[in-house]
Design a binder for this molecule. Structure first.
Ligand SMILES: CC(C)(COP(=O)(O)OP(=O)(O)OC[C@H]1O[C@@H](n2cnc3c(N)ncnc32)[C@H](O)[C@@H]1OP(=O)(O)O)[C@@H](O)C(=O)NCCC(=O)NCCS
Length: 190
């Protein structure tokens, strides 16, 4: 399902982007730095995953797991003492998966009036799961604004690229096996 129309009678009720949009804030401390003295990228990634997981859980009305994190961009360093805010919303939904976009902004924790810096952005795919860990249906997404519609359109482009890349890699691997040109041990692959 790639539009905002209700799926079928009896399926999950459609939800707006606003219904699950979430912001998470955190003051970065001295235990979160890397050897260069700036905040470790992994700390920012966990922060992003946390807020996106909350959004995915809220939209889907239950548990959702991270299936992929792509386009994680670190745009500016985050420093100790930064008050960091992560803004997240659902951009797109499929049958059981959702793309969540996250924008991370930082400002000094104790200074008012300083313009927040855009420090990171990411797009994550979550899959809603049932109590056995199997994918379950997600509510259709109701797009309310032009910004929602732009994000949805761009998410569809990312989705089609993701699927095309996966198909191309599978085809290349199948060809490599037929031609007996495989040089990577099976346990090193995914
Ligand atoms: C995510 C998971 C539930 C998918 O299970 P699966 O049996 O492979 O599911 P399917 O192949 O039926 O795909 C289900 C949906 O997820 C999407 N999906 C699965 N893997 C994906 C990936 N790597 N990237 C993007 N989308 C993906 C599919 O496109 C499909 O979307 P749709 O239903 O909206 O069309 C399963 O791989 C899993 O449990 N992974 C571990 C998740 C986890 O532990 N995360 C925490 C990180 S440590």
């Amino acid at each position: 399902m790639t539009d905002d129309a209700p799926r079928t009678a009896g399926g999950p009720a459609p939800r707006t982007t606003a219904a699950s949009r979430t912001m998470l804030s955190h003051i970065m401390g001295p235990t979160e730095v890397n050897l260069l003295g700036t905040v470790h990228g992994g700390v920012v990634m966990k922060f992003v995953d946390d807020v996106a997981g909350a959004v995915a859980g809220r939209h889907s009305g239950g548990p959702a797991v991270t299936a992929a994190m792509d386009e994680m961009q670190f745009l500016n360093p985050v420093r100790v003492g930064d008050l960091v805010h992560a803004y997240a919303q659902v951009n797109w939904v499929g049958a059981t998966s959702m793309e969540v976009g996250v924008r991370v902004m930082a400002e000094p924790w104790n200074e008012a009036g300083t313009a927040p810096r855009h420090v990171a952005s990411a797009y994550l795919v979550f899959v809603a799961v049932d109590d056995k860990g199997q994918p379950r249906s997600v509510p259709p997404l109701v797009l309310e604004t032009d910004l929602d519609r732009r994000r949805h359109g761009e998410a569809e482009i990312r989705r089609s690229h993701r699927l095309a890349r996966r198909r191309a890699i599978q085809a290349a691997r199948a060809g490599a096996v037929e031609g007996a040109e495989v040089s990577v041990p099976a346990e090193a692959g995914q």
